[in-house]
Design a protein around this ligand. Sequence first.
Ligand code: AMP
Length: 249
Amino acid sequence: MKILVPVKRVVDYNVKVRVKADNSGVDLANVKMSMNPFCEIAVEEAVRLKEKGVASEVVVVSIGSNAAQEQLRTALALGADRAVLVESNEELGSLAVAKLLKAVVDKEQPQLVILGKQAIDSDNNQTGQMIAALSGFAQGTFASKVEVNGDSVNVTREIDGGLQTVALKLPAIVTTDLRLNEPRYASLPNIMKAKKKPLDVLTPAALGVSTASSVKVLKVEAPAARSAGIKVKSVAELVEKLKNEAKVI
Ligand code: AMP
């Protein structure tokens, strides 16, 4: 079974992001970039399925600038076999990304696509769902457990109020939640080996996909600064403030 794992290059989660002076977006100059944390979980799950003998090949794919090769090499060091970069320097919307990933799905014919539930830069939480709609594959989102049984996969999903388990017929799309697994660190020998693993570069034109967007970002603003908190002297004072100032009880 082949597994395809889309991975996104995003601002590292430790970085305090700054909005550009003209409010056109987030300032990415000299900012540490990393693999989206939910994508790391997706790579880990795919590699574990390969280690268990369930999967035969793990292919990682990223859509973005040439710099995304760095995150693809990281995924290769974590155990993926092969990488594909769909190179584009445009600011792509989710639908364009999903159409490009669908074209890669058509080309690679994976049985399982495992991707993050959400990219921490744009917080869209829609790429997996869009690929499922475009490809007609079954989808199991927000997975906290994934079990492949023959030609189906059981996905335990984190939903409000508990866990739900769905059985999906393969081929299927799974999006990862935080508790699915704890990703490993890449060892130095594996980082060295990853340099020799195959990485193909494609373009949207070669995949026959138009990346025109119907969504335009009008403005990006930093959230209002939070005012400092205060210390209260007693529970009575706290209750009084919650009742009369915050008006929440
Ligand atoms: P989103 O729907 O944008 O929140 O992203 C959800 C997931 O879709 C990410 O965790 C990735 O697995 C995948 N994804 C989104 N954008 C890209 C991209 N440019 N390249 C590869 N995968 C992506």
